[in-house]
Design a protein around this ligand. Structure first.
Ligand SMILES: CSC[C@H]1O[C@H](OP(=O)(O)O)[C@H](O)[C@@H]1O
Length: 359
């Protein structure tokens, strides 16, 4: 009898060089079913990102890098300018799949730089370079998350209660996650954390994904409704909050899943440190403050019926369903990156991180 594979044994995002496909776990089916999707066309990849079959800022960037490589290898021309034109068409298409997570455009721009800097080389060689860069982006993601885990672990102690919102876990990255990286590393080192996962309405990433992957890894996890975060904090069960992010502005304002700013306000009220775990690729130095971050609006069905057996609201009810909110930098205790921990004032400390990472 084959042993049931853990969700942690699957790669969130992978490139299959045999069938030239982007292979992802279909996260819309989790936790009930583990189904892999083998995506070959740009439309399939666009739909997978847009419907959150693959989701999470770093994982979206990893998937887009593989996706644009797959598009490039299909471009049949000997003319560099024609190749670049059609590459940019595919890039713009993939970039239109979701607006908030900066990793999508960051990864696509990085892949475009490969093409621009390789002008003059044979197109076959450029395609191979794109393949290698896509693999490198994904491998770097793993290193980045491991470093965030190391820095994040310095902020907590054995036996701490931790709270997280949405899924900034292994399922949102190539491995380890960002907000969950300190949790996984601490678990390996016997820290004995107790993790509270906000269910995170309406898409339930916390219930369906975070509680699933953390418990599959043996961590002590309690799933709570979003409206229970105050109670667990008030009871003294939470010593730190770790969340991911989709885009951090130059002043430290951080866009993350809707509801995050509310958790930050609660943490501030209860005197609990609130940590945003941010790969430097998620820091958008071209956007001065959170007011400049585009917030994705998603379908009302995600609120009214998508995840519930019974209809949760009257037909036709007007719904406001922003997928993210912006946590003001004043509510953020520190921003944990792979190049160290940035503390307020963020318009200064993020520039120091920028210097370290050479951006
Ligand atoms: C590691 S950052 C993951 C980040 O992305 C999630 O959004 P979505 O599930 O809509 O892709 C959420 O904001 C997480 O914090």
């Amino acid at each position: 009898m084959t042993e049931e594979k853990s969700i942690m044994d699957y790669e969130t995002v992978a490139l299959d060089d045999t069938e030239h496909a982007l292979v992802i776990i279909d996260q819309t089916k989790l936790p009930g079913r583990t189904e892999l999707l083998h995506l070959k066309t740009q439309k399939e990849i666009w739909v997978a990102i847009n419907t959150l079959a693959v989701r999470g800022a770093p994982a979206i960037g990893d998937a887009a890098a593989i996706g644009i490589y797959l598009a490039a290898r299909e471009i049949e021309t000997d003319d560099y300018e024609e190749f670049l034109r059609r590459f940019r068409e595919a890039k713009a298409y993939l970039d239109s799949s979701r607006p908030t997570a900066v990793n999508l455009s960051w990864a696509l721009n990085r892949m475009e730089q490969v093409v621009l800097q390789a002008k003059g080389k044979p197109l076959a060689e450029i395609k191979q370079m794109l393949h290698d860069e896509a693999v490198k982006i994904k491998d770097e993601d793993i290193w980045i998350c491991s470093k965030i885990g190391e820095y994040g672990l310095t902020l907590v102690k054995k036996g701490d209660g931790l709270l997280t919102h949405c899924n900034a876990g292994q399922l949102a990255t190539a491995k380890y996650g960002t907000a969950t990286a300190p949790m996984y590393l601490g678990h390996q080192k016997g820290y004995g954390f107790h993790v509270f996962c906000d269910e995170t309405r309406p898409q339930l990433q916390g219930a369906r994904l975070t509680s699933y992957e953390l418990s599959a890894s043996g961590l002590d996890v309690t799933l709570i409704c979003d409206n229970m975060a105050s109670s667990v904090m008030k009871n003294g069960w939470v010593q730190a909050v770790f969340v991911g992010c989709d885009r951090v502005a130059a002043n430290g304002d951080a866009a993350n899943k809707i509801g995050t700013s509310g958790v930050a306000i609660l943490a501030k009220y209860y005197g609990i440190p609130f940590y945003v775990c941010a790969p430097t690729s998620t820091i958008d130095f071209a956007t001065p403050t959170g007011a400049g971050i585009k917030i994705e609006q998603r379908p009302p069905e995600e609120v009214t019926e998508m995840w519930y057996k019974e209809r949760m609201a009257p037909k036709g009810i007007k719904v406001y369903n922003p997928a993210f909110d912006v946590t003001d930098h004043s509510l953020i205790t520190a921003i944990v990156t792979e190049y160290g921990i940035a503390r307020a004032p963020y318009d200064v400390s993020l520039q120091e991180i920028r210097r370290k990472c050479g951006r």
